[in-house]
Design a protein around this ligand. Sequence first.
Ligand code: OXD
Ligand code: MN
Length: 586
Amino acid sequence: MSNNTTLNAWVDECVRLTKPESVHWCTGTEEEYRSLIQTMLKDGTLIELNQKTHPQCYLHRSHASDVARTENLTFICTTKEDDAGPTNNWMAPAEAKERVSKLFEGSMKGRTMYVIPYLMGPVGSKYSKVGVEITDSAYVAANMHIMTRMGNVALQHLGDSDDFVPGLHSLGDLSPERRFILHFPEEKLVWSIGSGYGGNALLGKKCFALRLASSIARQEGWMAEHMLIIGLEDPAGKVTYMAAAFPSASGKTNLAMMVSTLANQGYKVWTVGDDIAWMHIDEEGQLRAVNPEAGFFGVAPGTSTSTNPIAMETVKANTIYTNVALTPAGEPWWEGIGGNPPEGLIDWEGHRWSRESGKKAAHPNSRFTAPARQCPSISKQWEDPKGVPISAIIWGSRRSVTVPLVMQAFDWQHGVFLGSGMGAETTAAATGAVGVVRRDPMAMLPFCGYNMGDYFQHWLNMGKRLKNPPLIFRVNWFRKNKEGKFLWPGYGDNIRVLKWILERIRGGGKAQETAIGFLPTADAIDTDGLTLPAGAMEELTSVDKRGWMIGADSMEKFYTRFGDRLPKEIWEEHKGLKTRLEKIPG
Ligand code: OXD
Ligand code: MN
C-alpha cells in the first residue's frame, strides 16, 4: 500500500480483476532486486552466467513466439479513430476494455502481482513523470529496476498527486492470439497482455515514454522522441549536445557510445541516452533534453569490442541478457561478438547449436538490459534535472541506396519535412519482414501515440517557439555500392560526420547547396587516415536524382493518407523538392 489514495484504489481494482495470489509493492532497493533474481533462478526464468567473468549477469530465454515488438497487436484507443491517425491500429476505448478485460480476468491466479512505481527522468527534475506498472512477471520487475528509477523514489516524486500513468501488464498465456498492447491517451492508461518482451512489457519505455508521452507532450508543449542524446566534446573541451532519431536496431546504442577515431584530435562522444529523449523549451527559448530512462535495453548481435567497446564494458556486470546464446563456459554469445562460435554452444532456445543447422545461435533481436550509470562514456550531465541544451537534431535510418552520408536541412521547416518523409529499411526489432523500405517519420512510426499529421504540425509549432532552433541533419551510414559493399566504415568513424555537423553549427564546414539540402563537398569530411574505395566520398555526397524522385512519389502516397490533417507546409516542402529535382539535368 502507498499513501496515495488514487493509486491504492487503482491497485485494488486490478487485484479484483486479475486475482493474484499475493501483491508485492516494489521499493526499488538492491535487496529487492537480488531477491527477484533469486526467485527467477529458482523457477528457471533465469540462468546464472559465469559469475567470475560476468558478475551478477543472467540469461533469460523468452517464449519462442515472444521475441520482438508486435506492431500489429499494438493499438491506440481514442474515442475518434482519426485521432489515432492512419499509421496506428485503432480500437474504440469501450470495445478495447470489453475485449481485453476478459483476458485480464483471473490472469494472475497463483502468481505474484508486482506493483512498480517508477520515475521517468532524473530525480528532482520538473520534466520527470511518474508511472506505475502492475505486472505478474518478475522478469519485467527486475528489468524495470534497471531501466527506471523505481520504488520509493517515484512515490516521493508523486506525493498525493493523481498525475501518474497507470499500466497494467500480465503475461496472460503468452499466446499471440490473446496478445494486446493497448494505449488509452485520453485516460493516460496502458494495458498490455500476452507478451513478456521488453518493448511490449516494460511499460515505462515505448508505451509510456513514447506513445503516451508523445500525446501528453503535444498537449503540454514539449516533445517525446525516439532519440539518443550525445555530447560531442571538441579539442578545446567544449561539449555540444545533439539528439538523433533512428529506427529500432539501426545503431542508436552504437552511436550513443561511440569511441571516436578522431580522439587524437580531441573529439570525444559522451552518452546521455541511447533511445528516448524528452525535450522541453526552457525560459530562454532553448531546447533541452533529458533521458527519461536509467538503463539500456540494447540489441546484442553485432556488438563487439571493435564495433562498440563501451557497450561491451557496460554489459560485463549487473546485466540481464535475453535470448542470446550460451557458451560452455557460461558466457553470453551472439553473432558478431567476434571470433568463431565456440564448440558446444547452446542456442537462444536452449538447444545445442550447430553451424549446419543454418540457424542463428542468438536471436537477431536478442538484448541486454544494463544500468546506464556503469557505462564508461556516460556524460556527467546525464542526470542533470535541467537537461542538456540541444544544438542539432539528426535523422538517420538504414538506406542502402539514394540517401547521402549526411545532409543539412535548409531550415527548421525543411528539416521537419526531411524527418516526416524518412524512408527506412525494417529490422528484427519488430515482427514482420526485415529489409523492406517503409516511411518511418522521425523514427516514430511505431511510437507516435496520436495522428502523425498533428505530430508534424506540433514539430512545426515547436520550431516557431525556439529562439535558436537546432540545425537539422539527415545521416545514412548504411549506403552500399553496386557490389553490395558498405561505402562508409561507420561506427567510430561516424565522428567524422559529427565533426562536420559541429562545424556547420559553428557557421563553418564546407557545403554545397543542392536540390535536397546542404551537402558536404566531397572534401569537406575529415577522412584523414581512412582508406575508402575510389570515388566513395563523391558518391556519398552527391544527389541521386532518380532515387529521390522515386522517394518523393512514395512520400506523396504516404502523405495523402493523412488527408487534411497533413500540414500544408509539408506539401509545400514536398513540392519544392520535386521542383528542384526536376531542374537537375538528366
Ligand atoms: C527498442 C526498440 O527496443 O526501438 O528500443 O524496439
Ligand atoms: Mn528504440
